[in-house]
Write a protein that binds this ligand. Sequence first.
Ligand code: V47
Ligand code: SF4
Length: 370
Amino acid sequence: MIQDIISSENLTEFQTGILSKIQNKERLNIDEGIELFKFDLGVLGILASYLNNLKNQNKVYFNKNFHIEPTNICIYDCTFCSYHRKINQEGSWEYSISDILEKVEPYRNSEVTEIHIVGGVHPNRDIHYYGEMMQKIKEILPNIHIKAFTAVELDFMIKKAKLDLKEGLIKLKEYGLDSIPGGGAEIFEPEIRKKVCHEKSTAKQWLGIHEAAHGVGIPSNATMLYGHLENHRHRIEHLDKLRELQDKTDGFNTFIPLKFKMANNPLSYLGEVNTLEDLKMFAISRIFLDNFDHIKAYWPMLGKDVSQISLSFGVDDIDGTIDDSTKIYSMAGAKDQKPTMTTKELIELIKTAGKKPVERDTVYNVVKEH
Ligand code: V47
Ligand code: SF4
């Protein structure tokens, strides 16, 4: 198939070399990664599907999960964020532990395997507060996997507790933290990072926290926020740093490209990139990140239709049931204002794309093949 593209397409010598490398499963360098954006979308789809098929065959993963967002009060004010508020500002919330337990209670004895907990960086909440929250959640749901706190939240709460990174992560693990979601990575390039989230943890800190987590047996996810002020080089350099860390630790479960959503934030004037760009981003992530097994399309952000199409562009995971429990994307203008999909709908979405639905747990153990 790749050979057919090489002989039929009007390609430069550089591009033909890239295709040969992909065919021989050789790693692409940064310049080659950037060049991929010039390829036709159909060609990228074929290349990404070829590589995805080698890793995951026809399988598409999903899980049964829900989110808790304990607070949207945040000390930072990232310019892409529609979600954060200051204390007592209209639209802010800060749930107490008992409020949170009330939200968890309905899932007692359910088949949900994961709870995803992220929120703003609240100035007064520390590691012990969140520790108690996790312990009490596990009293209700003893077998649940807690995937919680972006590296930015962790950075703050660990420093606030005056612990070093390793001690803080070990403490959180003792409290019940099982893995770390991918948020807070945004874009690593320092000049753009300054413009979109100038005060919060640097790229080096984000990578250092994930490396330290992997070192103490806490796996994590990785993300990249794209479609704002960055260019293609910044995106590929971001992927390159993730690929480098994955070589070192093998601790990332999945990579999730996050499309910038424009509503109600200071970067609204930028608009949003189109679906073609989204699909290219998914395919290129699959091609460039040769040491990541999974590429996730987060459906509450992309919408159900585009998530389904992304399955032909290297994606093998569409996250979970969610259960209308996240506000990050609805507040930023996502089409689905109350994101929830039943297991039946998720299975249907995957099957109608010609793929095999596989229910997984957070670390990709198979729960059930459908
Ligand atoms: O770090 C915030 C992003 C992230 C906007 O690990 C925005 O399984 C687009 O990381 N437009 C938090 N993106 C969410 C996150 C995540 C989501 C789903 C699954 C996983 C996982 C992790 O949300 C933030 C930021 O990059 N974000 N505002 C916005 N307007
Ligand atoms: Fe706070 Fe996260 Fe929003 Fe930045 S993206 S302002 S850290 S809630």
